[in-house]
Design a protein. Sequence first.
Length: 428
Amino acid sequence: MTGVVTILALSFFGLLLLGMPLAFVLGLTSLVVFLFQGNIPLDIIPQRMILGSESFALMAVPFFILAGNLMNTGGITKRIVIFANVLMGRLRGGLALADVAASMIFAGVSGSAVADATGVGSVLIPAMKKEGYHADFAAGLTAAASVCGPLIPPSIPMVVYGIIAEVSIGAMFLAGAIPGFMLGFGLMGLAYYYSVKRDYPRYGTSSLRQIWREFLRASLALIMPGIILGGIFSGIFTVTESAAVAVVYSLMLSVFIYKEIHLGDILPILKQSAIDTAVVMFIIAVAALFGWMMAITRLPQLVTQWMFSLHLGALAMLMILNVFLLIVGCFMEAISAMIILIPLLLVPCQALGIDRIHLGAVIVFNLMLGLLTPPVGLCLYITGRIADVSLEEVSKAAFPFLLVGIGVLILITIFPALTVWLPRAWLG
């Protein structure tokens, strides 16, 4: 057993150090372990990969990706941003506050931080630079606000956790709602502080008539979260069906109401969505193979024994887990990390009395903060490219907002009710 674990560790970290993409690291490490074992037929590899990605709930992933791309191309995101600007413009740093508000609204549809950063950032970062905001501040704030995307329901990472941990996906959606709004309002508070300190401009004072006019223009976009989440929690449709509804609704708005998507635009949108989906699903498939490989080597049992040998309580264990996951998030893509680590952590954490829903919210929140930490922080790359600033600059600007996220993470770790109260109250 020790030899297998040693081979696994050497292969995994050795390939990582060589700079190989993580999905291939997982697949090749699994292959090396199977060859070392010598008694596992290699045709099990495609079987486990297919089984790992063969889930009805996972069909929500491509639909949410497509919905986000349709929103960004079809004018839906733009109308949400304009309404948020008008609503927040009278305040100092109104564009910065509108940035966070728009991300929170967009989060209610896309379930993806990357889509959030791309859609909101492409509209607001140039506007903020034009109004006199520092480019690195605009990029850092937008990257941090995009983390609300996978927390405020719906959420692609929550779908993945629910499948692996065999927990209601609807419950996981609700578990992320309060932390997501806490993060959003915390970011608004810090953005306002910096806006006053640096004398950032007001976007402009808007009359109630202007606010009402922009609300009407954005109203069909603003009700999308209500349609999607209302349908899920009222039992009208499943999570997967809700993602399909989001696609149909986005397409109808973009083509027939806003008329910003034409027939020639649909194929490129579908192509990009297919590429994005293929990347995510390949990672899920290979990570499922890696997880099965770890299971047959009994690595989860070894981790369980080690965790119990520390004789720590549930809260102390979660705090250690926070530090560990924050480090992991710096170097690993979130979904890959979830598929690898959840089977390792689920059993020992349950044995310590940690609720699966609470654990899932803590894990997802941790790994989403990894989107704000180099070298893998994808949202930093996206917003930095839009703002035309270096990774170092946007990372430095995002650091205070990252601290806000860590503060919220500590609160939801200490007070489980912040994550489990809403699922229990709504779903029983």
